[in-house]
Design a protein around this ligand. Structure first.
Ligand SMILES: [Zn+2]
Length: 216
């Protein structure tokens, strides 16, 4: 029988491969983490392609970012700070994904939030995807830029950088990243064909009311 830790390690590796195969990350970009217990987080190591992760490569840190367990040659990414911001501030959130998906990152570089309410699923599941202001990676600037969205959103664009999503579990965080990139891609395509068209307000209101029905 797989332990919870083994299961989490396997899931993080699966998600790494998906991010890589979907072209959401290049080379050793991106990072994934999951809360293992009240005070422990499993995170992907720095300098490794997330498409070729193996369970033993993941590092275990506490909520302050101190290493609790790491195989020889593996250490946490400096970007783990933004993951820990989520775990420290939002006890009900248990998974975080950071990637540079091309369509979403293009909007992040342009500095444009994804706030067009064009599709029922996107309105129900996510609402608008805001833009967190630019910060230098590894500093406290990125974690601080998330502050306005904590408890309100589970997906944000990071200005001139990429995207960050979180969720009740690591799979939810990953699916939020898929939906975020899909929204960015559709926004791009509809704009290219001159077809960006938002739902009327009363339709948006109906969908927002459905959110509680879907448990969101
Ligand atoms: Zn990054």
């Amino acid at each position: 029988m797989e332990t919870f830790e083994q299961e989490l390690r396997r899931r993080i590796c699966d998600i790494g491969r998906n991010l890589f195969n979907k072209d959401f990350i290049a080379a050793n970009d991106g990072n994934i983490s999951a809360r293992l217990s009240e005070s422990e987080v499993l995170a992907t190591p720095t300098g490794v392609s997330k498409g070729y992760l193996e369970p033993h490569m993941l590092v275990k840190v506490n909520l302050q970012g101190e290493i609790l367990e790491a195989a020889d040659g593996y250490r946490p990414s400096t970007e783990t700070k933004m993951h820990l911001k989520i775990y420290n501030e939002l006890p009900e959130m248990n998974g975080v994904v950071h990637a540079h998906p091309p369509y979403a990152t293009a909007f992040a570089i342009k500095g444009e939030a994804l706030d067009k309410m064009m599709m029922p699923e996107s309105v129900i599941a996510m609402g608008d995807i805001p833009l967190a202001v630019y910060g230098t990676p590894s500093t406290d600037e990125i974690p601080d830029s998330l502050e306005p969205f904590l408890g309100k959103k589970t997906a944000v664009l990071l200005e001139s950088h990429g995207a960050l999503t979180w969720g009740k579990d690591i799979m939810a965080a990953y699916m939020n990243m898929e939906r975020l990139e899909y929204t960015a891609k559709l926004t791009y395509i509809t704009r290219m064909i001159g077809g960006e068209r938002e739902l009327p307000q009363h339709r948006i209101d109906e969908l927002v009311a459905l959110r509680s029905f879907y448990g969101m």
